[in-house]
Each structure stands twice: as structure tokens, then as C-alpha cells.
Design a protein around this ligand. Sequence first.
Ligand SMILES: Cc1cc2nc3c(=O)[nH]c(=O)nc-3n(C[C@H](O)[C@H](O)[C@H](O)COP(=O)(O)O)c2cc1C
Length: 211
Amino acid sequence: MLYNVFSTEIFIQGCNFTMSLAPWRSAIAHSLHRNRSLVYARYLQLATVRANGRPANRTVVFRGFLEDTNQLKFITDARSEKADEIQQQPWAEVCWYFPNSREQFRLAGSLTLVNNYDISDLQSARIKVWQELSDAARLQFAWPDPGKARIQEAEAFTPPPPDPTQPLPNFCLLLLDPVQVDHLELRGEPQNRRIYHFDENQSWSCAEVNP
Ligand SMILES: Cc1cc2nc3c(=O)[nH]c(=O)nc-3n(C[C@H](O)[C@H](O)[C@H](O)COP(=O)(O)O)c2cc1C
């Protein structure tokens, strides 16, 4: 069965803008709520493509949605391998499993890396995310280069705390803008699976498919 899903429009009194939420947003919001007791329900796997065409995959922390958009926020280090991969090939997919509700979401889309040199409106979002991090999370961006030969001096990993108001230059905000979302619910006899797709007309459709 294929049916069109109209975006949810939220009108905020006194403001003259309209925010369109993709239809899969309510499913994710529901899953986050049902799994709110599990800190690791905010960990997901992000797959990218290496320069040699092979896949790369790693765990990252979901940091919420960018305000007034359907873009997922993550943070990363400009010195990491994924930063180079994304600059060459922005297409990526995340795989997100919610243990309490036994659901999987696979979100495919393009990534935007917001680095120190970005002069777009996204720079303020990057600074805001930095300011919201814990001291421990911020400190990791002052550690020696990730992936390089291990520095043996322990002091290298206890640097002075970075300025909590101004991001270190290597701190990046990473945004995923999904164009396809595959939602599998293991609960149910039989299981349920829906695929949401963002089409050329810039609208979302949803199809129920076999699990
Ligand atoms: C639970 C957990 C959460 C993590 N969160 C992040 C994260 O939010 N951002 C990030 O860049 N790396 C995170 N990492 C580290 C990555 O999985 C990965 O090891 C690192 O980013 C280097 O990946 P790369 O060489 O592919 O760039 C996390 C690892 C774990 C185990």
C-alpha cells in the first residue's frame, strides 16, 4: 500500500514561519520516549564511504535535531577519517536500534560538516552545540590527533580545559539530512516495516512493505 503523507505543519502564534516536520519524525520521537531510560538508545551507527569505495562505519551520539529542520545533529573531530570521507562523498546512512521497543531505523541522506571555517548560518549552531557539551566531552577535542600513533605521555590526554564558549578549531557539527527512512518494528505478529521517501517534488511518501 502506498499513501502520501503530508508534512505536519506547526504554527507558532506570533511568529510568521511554518515548520514542516517529516512524517517519520513522530515515529522517532515516540521511540526516543519509549527508550528514554537507556542512555545508549542515543548511540547509533553511522556508515560512510571511504575514498577507495569501501564502507566505513562507527558509533556516534545523536544530539537532537537542528532547529526547524529534519536534520540529525552529531559532533565529530575535523582530524578524524570520517571528516575527509564526508568531504569527498557526503552520502551516508545511519542504523539506529531501540532495544526497549525493538525497532530499527535506517536513515539515508547526505551529510554536512560544519567546521571552524564555515561562514553560513550553521556556525551559530556549531557554537551552541559546543557550549552545551560536558567538560569531559569538550576535553576530547584537545587530545592528540585521533588515529595517529599513540602518544605515550599521559599528560597529552589531560590538557587544560578548552574555553567552554569558543569551540576548538577541530570541533565540527555534523548534520544528516535524510531522504529515505526505513522503519522496522520487530514487535507485532507479523512484524511491521515502513519506508518513507522524499521525492523530486520535495514531499514525503510512505509505503508499507513486507518485513
Ligand atoms: C558509545 C560511543 C559513542 C561515540 N560517539 C562519537 C561521536 O559522537 N562522534 C564521533 O566522532 N565519534 C564518536 N565515537 C567514536 C567513533 O565510534 C570512532 O571511533 C571515531 O569517531 C573515529 O572514527 P573514524 O576514524 O571513522 O573517523 C563514539 C564511540 C562510542 C563507542
